[in-house]
Design a protein around this ligand. Structure first.
Ligand SMILES: Cc1cc2nc3c(=O)[nH]c(=O)nc-3n(C[C@H](O)[C@H](O)[C@H](O)COP(=O)(O)O)c2cc1C
Length: 210
């Protein structure tokens, strides 16, 4: 099994990094032979979309050397995603949605012919069979009890864009209330507990003997 860990907070005190690390550690214990790839988006130069992006939907034979060079980051990030069975994404909430490095990564990996295809019945995701776990951190709370779900453009967007690429099996674990004093630690502890259980459940069961 191959796990791709994606971090998108640049803060050294990042909560989402603690959560992706907790997942990775527990996953390693459950899958000692598994392969782990770590992609830290805060340390990855992420290109902006320019005219050269049109090379991703044009004739491959006409891609220039400059366009190939421009697309090399996208090629690398897309290959990492294609190679993974499981993806764990650390997503801080900024202004009700995701951080810009995570959005920039999405712009690099939504690739025609690689992660999404268009057919007679519209778009079709090509990443079927992969699972994702998204761990988020938020200053406030967006659960129904606080009547704030309409402001949560983070889970809504990530579910939609991962589904667009064919990743339908997505589990969210939220560490909420991180700006609410003593509720913060309680929420982190609860999230880490959930993460540990989820990671342990990824352990591959031995094949049944005939
Ligand atoms: C620029 C900025 C915008 C933020 N916007 C929100 C927000 O809209 N809603 C919220 O609940 N928390 C918000 N927060 C709080 C963060 O979600 C919280 O600090 C979280 O722990 C960040 O993730 P990290 O610890 O992994 O960096 C914001 C924080 C910053 C720095």
């Amino acid at each position: 099994m191959r796990l791709l860990r994606i971090d998108s907070s640049a803060r050294t005190s990042s909560v989402t990094r603690q959560l992706t690390a907790a997942f990775t550690d527990a996953w390693r214990r459950a899958n000692p032979d598994g392969e782990l790839l770590e992609r830290d988006l805060s340390r990855t130069p992420l290109p902006v979309i320019t005219d050269d992006w049109s090379a991703t939907f044009g004739d491959p034979a006409k891609v220039t050397a400059a366009q190939q060079e421009y697309l090399s980051t996208s090629d690398t990030l897309t290959a990492e995603l294609l190679a993974a069975d499981l993806i764990v994404i650390g997503a801080p909430m900024y202004n009700f949605t995701i951080s810009w490095p995570l959005k920039a990564w999405i712009d690099q990996v939504v690739r025609l012919g690689k992660t999404v295809a268009y057919g007679p019945s519209g778009p079709r995701g090509l990443l079927n069979g992969k699972k994702a776990i998204v761990v988020t951190s938020r200053g406030g709370s967006y659960t129904a009890e606080f009547n704030a779900p309409n402001f949560d453009f983070q889970e809504t967007y990530l579910r939609r864009i991962l589904g667009f690429m064919g990743v339908e099996d997505v589990t969210f674990i939220h560490a909420e209330n991180q700006r609410r004093g003593d509720q913060a630690e309680q929420a982190r502890t609860a999230a880490i507990g959930q993460i540990g259980r989820l990671a342990a459940a990824t352990q591959r069961q031995p094949e049944a003997a005939d």
